[in-house]
Each structure stands twice: as structure tokens, then as C-alpha cells.
Design a binder for this molecule. Sequence first.
Ligand code: UDP
Length: 335
Amino acid sequence: MSKVLVTGGTGYIGSHTVVELQASGYEVIIADDLSNSKKEVLQGIEKISGILPTFYEIDICNKPAVEALFDQHQIDAIVHFAASKAVGESVEKPLLYYKNNLISLVNLLEIAHGRNASLVFSSSCTVYGEPDKLPVTERSPIKPAISPYGNTKQIGEEIIRDVVEATQIQAISLRYFNPIGAHDSVAIGEYPQGVPNNLVPYLMQVAAGEREQLSVFGDDYSTPDGTCIRDYIHVVDLAKAHVIAVDRLLQSKNDKPYEVFNLGTGKGYSVLELIKTFEQVTGVKLNYAIVDRRAGDIEKVYADTTFANDVLGWKAGKELDEMLLSSWKWQQSLG
Ligand code: UDP
């Protein structure tokens, strides 16, 4: 049984990936400092898979602690989610983001180098900035980052590329579009801390009566209804792509040391389309108001998924209505 270390494994995408890895027969070890997640997520994972993953409460920036973990386990692959991810906070505290997101990556690469472990890296469509051409392919130009958070993803990818070039390490970077939804069992899902920054968690809290009104950030963009367009993807579809990435890295016949894949559905929806779809599928009327644009927002971005479809044999299955129902079911379960 191959062993996979999932850093950030109690987080939103991490926990869903742990479940899918377990279902595919991997033994999963989680390392998470619980800075943005709860230990109870481990019980949620166990509820779904019947397996309580081995858990280490450690910060990946603490290299001796990570080395000690590797001394106890023969790790074949690392899926590295652990990172700070709030765009606004990264503007206020850039050094915190460079430290958390880059030192952790360098630590893992140094340790992986000595021990023949492969790496799957959580990247983001933020690297494309405001694209000149849509949909974006993996070869679309990388734009100067708008936030320190986005910059850590770009620099992270560059670090991996250089290290793969110079060593035996194999790696895959996955550029996520906008993950939403939760596991169908509602044993795991997203727990936003404080006021949600992202559209769907905020919308769900308004729909549940926990918040007054959803602010729609701008309706004067050059899109059909004036609101921004994104590629929303179900978190379980996203999680499954990680399993395929790990499978691929561990197959000795894979002769590509470093690859990058877009993970989206390939379909773009505007904020107003998403709200309308939510209202239609749930029958819940949403209180929202159009307000000013949010600084730094991208007007429209959605993925060309051909490369992931063809090379990984992976395709996102869930449509927007199912995804929103999934988020709503999760929100209601928090009740
Ligand atoms: N958005 C919004 N109100 C909110 C949060 C987000 O109108 O309370 C919009 C935002 O301007 C963007 C889209 O929803 O057009 C997705 O935003 P999110 O923060 O979820 O993802 P990202 O901007 O990182 O793609």
C-alpha cells in the first residue's frame, strides 16, 4: 500500500482528497497545524471511509517536525495543500504569506529530494490574472500577480519547475478554478472562519438567514449581465483529480518529470447566473444588492480542460445546479 502525506489534510479540499485517496487504496498521513481547520474533520473522514487517518499537528514550516514524520513513514507521494489562502489578508501581511507558503514548499522539496517522494502542488487559476484569451490553457501567459497570495502560487510553481529540472523529484501542479460544494454524506465540507470571502460560502450564509444580504461586487464589467464570470467546480471532482495525479506520479512509466493541469469544468458562470440557479434549484429567494467592484477582481476566467481530460483521463462531472444543491445541503447540515 503506497503512503501519501497530505499536508493541509483537514482543510476543505484536503479533507475531500483524503477520502478519495483512501477509497483508492492509499494509506494517508495528514499533517496540518489546524490554523484554518478543526481536528473534528478527522472524524468526518472516518465516518465516510471507515479509516481514521494518522494525524500530525505540525506546521510544515517546522522542518525538524516534518523530517521526524518522514523518519516514521516511508512516504511515496506528498499532496501539498497546507498554505494560507486569503487574498485580502495576504495584501496586509505579505511576509506571513511568503513565509507560510514558500518555506513550507522548500522544506518539503528538500525532504522529498532525499527520500524519493513525488509532489502534487495546489496551485490556482490566479496565475493567469486577467486573461487575454478565453478559455485559458496551461500555456496561457502567466500574468504578474495581483496579490502576495497569487504570487506565492506563481513562485511556488517556479520553484518546483527548477527543482524538478535539477533533481529526480517528479511533480504535478494543479491549477484550481473555483471549488464549491461538499461531500454528499455532509460528513465533511467547508468551514469558513469569520466572514466568508468567497461568493458561495457567503451566499449560503445569507440564504440560511445568518447574514443579511449578499453584496454583488460590480455589475459594470464587460460580460453579458455585467457581473464577473468564474469556473465553479465541485470539490469532489477536484479531489478525484488529485488521486489520478498521485497514481500518475507513482507509475514508473510516466516519463514527464513535471506537469501542470487546469482543474475546472470549462464553463463560466456570472455571479447573477449563479444566484439565479441557486434560487431555481432550492426555491430559496436570496437577498442581494449590487455594490461597487471589489479591488483586484478578475472580470472573467474559465478553463480549457482539454489537457486534463486527455492526459489524466479526468473530467469534472457535476453541473452548477448540482454543485449549488450540494453546498446548500452542507449549509443546512451545519444548522
Ligand atoms: N463575489 C461577490 N460577492 C461576494 C463574494 C464574491 O459578488 O461576497 C464575486 C466576486 O467579485 C467574483 C466572484 O464572486 O466575481 C467569485 O469570487 P470568489 O471570492 O468566490 O472567488 P475569486 O474571485 O477568487 O475567483
